[in-house]
Design a protein around this ligand. Structure first.
Ligand code: HEC
Length: 172
């Protein structure tokens, strides 16, 4: 009889260890998988961001444009934007001093939520991406403009925007 009880206890112990052990193992596997997945996502985001940035050779890009051509290209923007010093907001925000100002940075213009939340400055890279295709560069913004397909047009407009500023940047 004592031997039978011992057998039952052993059986219970084995079952207990088994269940507990599986739990631990699956915990371990699950956690490891989760770590691997989030790690992958992070790496992917970082690479795509940095490749977007490093794609643009600013010097070569700006060399394609001229301020004069920018002035004439800006006619496409004039329906919605002023560019002169003291110019008013129109359908779009006033663009004097826009270079390196915070996106959505004017306090007297009612921006879309997505532009307000964007949180970046208008650098050459950002303006180039935005002006190429505004709708995809900042999703949900309300600039009703298809974009400037030509690199020369974009480079020129950026040079022109930079010139219409109290402190034009020294661009390469
Ligand atoms: C049909 C009207 C329209 C045209 C044309 C247009 N824009 Fe805009 N633009 C807007 C509006 C509206 C906004 C504000 C977007 C928002 O709040 O989401 C804006 C925002 C901007 C901003 C962001 C400014 C800031 O203060 O953050 C820049 C830069 C800009 N436009 C440049 C241009 C340039 C350069 C052109 C011409 C190549 C152009 N836009 C053509 C309507 C227009």
């Amino acid at each position: 009889m004592g031997y039978e009880i011992q057998k039952i206890f052993t059986a219970i112990l084995v079952v207990f260890l088994f269940v507990f052990g599986i739990g631990k193992i699956s915990d371990f596997v699950f956690k490891t998988e989760k770590n691997v997945v989030s790690y992958k996502v992070e790496v992917k985001e970082k690479t795509s961001e940095s490749s977007q940035k490093s794609d643009l050779d600013i010097e070569a890009f700006l060399a394609m444009g001229t301020v004069d051509h920018g002035k004439s290209t800006f006619k496409k923007c004039k329906a919605c934007h002023s560019i002169n010093k003291g110019g008013k907001n129109n359908i779009g925000p006033a663009l004097y001093n826009v270079m390196v100002r915070n996106a959505g940075g004017l306090t007297d213009y009612k921006y879309s939520k997505s532009l307000l939340a964007y949180g970046k400055k208008w650098t050459v890279e950002e303006l180039n991406g935005f002006l190429k295709k505004p709708s995809t560069w900042i999703k949900g913004n309300k600039m009703g403009f298809a974009g400037l397909k030509s690199e020369k047009d974009r480079a020129s407009v950026i040079l022109y925007l930079n010139q219409n500023s109290d402190n034009p940047l020294e661009l390469p």
